[in-house]
Design a protein around this ligand. Structure first.
Ligand SMILES: NC(=O)c1ccc[n+]([C@@H]2O[C@H](COP(=O)([O-])OP(=O)(O)OC[C@H]3O[C@@H](n4cnc5c(N)ncnc54)[C@H](OP(=O)(O)O)[C@@H]3O)[C@@H](O)[C@H]2O)c1
Length: 312
C-alpha cells in the first residue's frame, strides 16, 4: 500500500521492513560531471529525496559531493534521503560484489546504501574494463557465474549491515521468477523501463502481489522527440488539467503504484518535475488506453547500456 499525505511526497514501503522509497526519484545518468553536480543540487532543492546512481555512470564522486553539500546546506538528515547505486556487469563474480559495493560507498561518501541493484542480468568478463570486447567488437560475457550466485553475494551485503535493501534492474518477469523463488532475501525493488508505451503490466502485477516496488525509468520516454512528451493524448490532457506533459506522465507513473526516475538538468525543470499532483480518474484511464507500444532502451537485450558516457 502506498503512503501519500501529499502526492509529491508519496513513499512506498519496502517488503523487508527497511523503510520506504520515495516514489519520485532523481536519476543521475548525466554525462557531464559539472552538470551532474548542479542538477543533483537542484533536484535536492526542488524536493527530490531519492537519488539513483550507478558505478557505470562514472559520476558517483560528483553525486556524492553534491549530496553532501546539499544535505549540509539544507540541514537534511541522512535518513531523509534515499540513495541507490548499482553493481555493474563486470562485477558479477561473488568475490567482486563486496569490493564493488564498498568502492561505490566510498565514492558516494556514504556509510550505508538504501538500495543496491544488480544493474543488468548480464555478466561480463570480470575485471576493471566495464565494456570488455573481443577483437571483432563483440561483448565478452562471463559464462562462469549465474545471476543467483551474484544474488547470494548481494544478500551477504544486507547481512553486513551497510546495505538496507537489494534488487534487480533491466530484468524480465521470466528472469525475475527463479531469483524470487530461490532468494533468501527477496528483491525489494525492480528497476525497468516503463511508461505509457511500455507499461510492463504483467511485471507490475507480479511486483504488487509480492510487495516488490517497480521503479520506472524513462517515464518521459528519455525525453525523445517525437515521443511521449509530444504524444497527442498526453498533450491534450496536460492542457485540460493545467499541467505540463512531463507532469502528466510522472503523475501517471506514481498513480499506478510505481516509483520513478527522472533526470531534469535545470532548476526550473527539477521544480516542474517535482510539482506533480494526482490525475482525475478518467484521465488516468485515458492514458492506460494508449495503444502504442515501444521499447526505447535496448539494454535488456545485451546488457550494453544506451545513453551512457564512454571512456571517462
Ligand atoms: N537501469 C537502467 O538500465 C537505466 C537506464 C536508463 C536510465 N536509468 C535511470 O533512469 C534515470 C532517468 O533517465 P531517463 O532518461 O530514463 O529519464 P527521463 O526523465 O525519461 O528522460 C530524461 C530526458 O527528458 C528530458 N526532460 C526532463 N524533464 C523534462 C521536462 N519537464 N520537459 C521536457 N523534457 C524533460 C531531459 O531533457 P534535458 O536533458 O534537456 O533536461 C532528458 O533528455 C537515469 O538518470 C538513470 O538513473 C536506468
Amino acid at each position: 500500500m502506498i503512503e501519500s499525505s501529499d502526492f509529491r511526497n508519496t513513499r512506498i514501503p519496502l517488503n523487508n521492513g527497511a523503510g520506504h522509497i520515495p516514489a519520485l526519484g532523481f536519476g543521475t545518468l548525466i554525462p557531464d560531471p559539472a552538470v551532474t553536480i548542479t542538477a543533483t543540487r537542484d533536484a535536492l532543492e526542488a524536493g527530490f529525496r531519492h537519488f539513483d546512481c550507478a558505478e557505470r555512470y562514472r559520476n558517483e564522486r560528483e553525486v556524492g559531493e553534491a549530496l553532501q553539500a546539499g544535505v549540509a546546506a539544507g540541514g537534511i538528515a541522512r535518513e531523509y534521503i534515499f540513495v541507490t547505486t548499482k553493481l555493474w556487469n563486470s562485477n558479477h563474480r561473488p568475490e567482486r560484489v563486496k569490493p564493488a559495493f564498498e568502492a561505490s560507498l566510498e565514492r558516494l561518501r556514504l556509510s550505508y546504501l538504501d538500495l543496491y541493484l544488480i544493474h543488468t542480468p548480464f555478466a561480463f568478463q570480470p575485471g576493471n574494463e566495464q565494456d570488455p570486447r573481443d577483437k571483432d567488437g563483440n561483448v565478452i560475457y562471463d559464462r562462469g557465474v549465474s545471476l543467483l550466485d551474484t544474488w547470494k553475494a548481494m544478500e551477504d551485503l544486507v547481512d553486513g549491515g551497510k546495505c538496507r535493501a537489494i534488487g534487480l534492474s533491466d530484468i524480465s518477469l521470466d528472469q525475475l521468477l527463479p531469483i524470487y523463488e530461490s532468494a533468501r532475501i527477496k528483491p525489494a525493488v525492480v528497476q525497468v523501463e516503463a511508461h505509457p508505451y511500455l507499461p510492463e503490466t504483467e511485471l507490475l502485477e507480479f511486483c504488487k502481489e509480492k510487495d516488490i516496488v517497480l521503479l520506472a525509468f524513462a517515464p518521459l520516454g528519455h525525453g525523445m522527440r517525437p515521443g511521449l512528451i509530444e504524444d497527442p493524448v498526453i498533450s491534450a490532457i496536460a492542457a485540460r488539467v493545467g499541467k505540463t506533459p512531463a507532469q502528466v506522465l510522472l503523475a501517471w507513473a506514481v498513480q499506478r503504484g510505481t516509483a520513478l526516475l527522472t533526470t531534469p538538468k535545470s532548476a526550473a525543470r527539477a521544480r516542474e518535475n517535482f510539482n506533480i499532483s494526482a490525475l482525475p480518474e478518467d484521465t488516468f484511464d485515458e492514458i492506460n488506453r494508449i495503444q502504442i507500444r515501444q521499447r526505447l532502451n535496448e539494454v535488456v537485450k545485451t546488457g550494453s547500456p544506451g545513453f551512457i558516457p564512454q571512456g571517462r
